[in-house]
Design a protein around this ligand. Structure first.
Ligand code: G6P
Length: 360
């Protein structure tokens, strides 16, 4: 318990440590405008034609984030739930890079998927937090997210560090893979990365997530929507919420709300709408839910048009859209934490869950 310091739970400590842990993740990895990973020299991915991410849980959401970034750079990529790898992987060969995204490096489903890919000739890379973990040892290369040990079962700081590491890795892939070039706004994205720990500090100091959680805690279900890079953030927001509050929460791509979930929407189902860039689908679909009585909470910068229609707002500083999703996610981490605290849940060790699942 001494390790919790001034905090009631490891989870809150870990959420609050993110300005420091992210600074650690970033340190030395952007030099003179270029991405630098020790042990992965420039050109190391020159033979890669296809990328395939495999991951579970929160790590899967970080992988979804990276998958979108690679897609927008024009790289053929896929993200596969590790537990479904046997049925979903499709063909791989020596020009396929399989990226195992796993905080612990010990998740059985992820290890099994990457072993299958390697046996079929793919090149493998682990993106992990744990030096010497099974994933790091068994793959061809490893990149460390440098988030420090995470005690709370619900992943928080490791998600942020994974997403940043993967965004940087996407830049290197886009630079190395032939006939592909990094997206036009890459320089702006890399330049704005230095400010991210400071923006996180701002979110942590000013968040109104605690009072919002208290206002909404008696609701029946909690929905999280987002499109583009907001989609994985919405899924992660819902996962975090259900993991530690034991309340019913679901995440959707904004446009999917009307294809079924809308039947569940009532004044008792607040909708947290992650809007971090040019996500007009999120606003129109949030309004559909609002028309059915659902309170809308915009998770967005102040100038997002969604703020004008939403009942409540979890604000984030203005930054590059790639980093904005991570700031929105921290607001949702705080929301889940305070909701679970109000309900008196076992926050650091939620029932039925394990930090690392070593069985398939
Ligand atoms: C467990 C944890 C989740 C985690 C998942 C993947 O289910 O409870 O929080 O996201 O494993 O873990 P990994 O170590 O592979 O990232």
């Amino acid at each position: 318990d001494a390790g919790k310091g001034e905090y009631d739970h490891y989870m809150l400590k870990e959420i609050n440590s993110q300005p420091t842990t992210l600074a650690n993740t970033i340190e030395g990895r952007v030099q003179d405008g270029d991405v630098v990973f020790e042990d992965l020299p420039e050109g190391t991915f020159a033979d890669v034609e296809t990328v395939q991410f495999v991951a579970c849980g929160t790590s899967y959401h970080a992988a979804m984030y990276a998958d979108q970034l690679l897609r927008s750079a024009g790289i053929r990529t896929d993200v596969v739930r590790a537990s479904e790898y046997d049925s979903m992987s499709g063909p791989v060969d020596e020009n396929t890079l399989v990226v195992a995204v796993t905080q612990s490096g010990e998740t059985a489903d992820t290890l099994d998927a990457v072993r299958t890919a390697s046996a079929n000739g793919a090149r493998s890379l682990a993106v992990t937090n744990v030096v010497g973990s099974t994933a790091a040892r068994e793959t061809d290369d490893a990149v460390y997210i440098r988030a420090g040990p995470e005690v709370g079962v619900a992943a928080t700081k490791t998600f942020s560090s994974q997403a940043v590491t993967l965004a940087l890795l996407s830049q290197q892939l886009a630079a190395d893979v032939p006939d592909v070039s990094p997206p036009e706004d890459s320089d702006a994205m890399l330049e704005s990365l230095d400010a991210l720990p400071g923006h996180l500090e701002t979110v942590l100091e000013n968040s109104n997530a605690e009072s919002l959680a208290s206002d909404l805690i008696d609701s029946q279900s909690f929905f999280f929507i987002g499109n583009g890079l907001g989609h994985p953030v919405a899924l992660e927001g819902a996962l975090k919420f259900k993991e530690i509050t034991y309340e019913h929460a679901e995440g959707f791509a904004s446009g999917e709300l009307k294809h079924g979930p809308l039947a569940l929407v009532t004044p008792e189902t607040p909708v947290f709408a992650v809007a971090t860039g040019s996500d007009s689908k999120t606003k129109t679909n949030a309004i559909e839910a609002q028309t059915r009585g659902a309170p809308i909470v915009a998770v967005s910068p102040d100038d997002n048009p969604l703020v004008d229609v939403a009942e409540d707002h979890l604000t984030i500083p203005d930054t590059h859209p790639v980093w904005a999703g991570l700031l929105a996610n921290v607001q949702l981490q705080l929301l889940s934490y305070y909701a679970a605290d109000e309900l008196g849940r076992s926050i650091d060790k939620p029932r039925n869950l394990a930090k690392s699942v070593t069985v398939e």
